[in-house]
Write a protein that binds this ligand. Structure first.
Ligand code: SF4
Ligand code: SF4
Ligand SMILES: [Zn+2]
Length: 127
């Protein structure tokens, strides 16, 4: 169909440009994480590139992926890269501004069958 073909040709340069781009974003560093049972964890470091934190009031790591429940999965790439906090939904934390983490760094520790941000500090205004 001639119409579809011309539309495809019009967006092709934009798609090529976007696929060639790499993102360089300032994020709060995940300094360490004790959740050794998470597939992204190697030697108490997170290598997921970016993680998401939240619950609105419970700062659990949403990116956590249990190696016990998913023994077929492992993350072995980019082990030299430290993770950052891509997004945080825990609005009750004083470091949370506009649903992003503003702490200089943060730490994650195992809590029961999941893992939590232990840099969380309750915000008087938001709690
Ligand atoms: S629990 Fe979260 S911070 Fe820890 S290694 Fe897994 S994804 Fe990274
Ligand atoms: S320190 Fe606060 S804002 Fe930052 S990731 Fe943890 S809970 Fe979210
Ligand atoms: Zn928890």
């Amino acid at each position: 169909m001639p119409g579809l073909m011309s539309a495809d040709l019009a967006v092709a340069p934009c798609v090529q440009l976007l696929t060639a781009m790499r993102l360089h974003i300032e994020m709060t560093v995940v300094a360490d994480c004790s959740a050794g049972q998470c597939v992204y964890n190697v030697h108490n470091r997170c290598h997921a590139k970016a993680i998401t934190i939240g619950g609105t009031m419970h700062p659990a790591c949403d990116t956590y992926l249990s190696s016990e429940k998913h023994p077929d999965l492992s993350h072995t790439q980019a082990l030299h890269i430290l993770a950052g906090v891509g997004a945080c939904k825990t609005i009750g934390c004083k470091h949370n501004q506009d649903l992003q983490c503003t702490a200089s760094s943060m730490r994650v520790q195992t809590h029961a069958a999941h893992a939590d941000c232990v840099t969380f500090e309750a915000s008087a205004q938001k709690s």
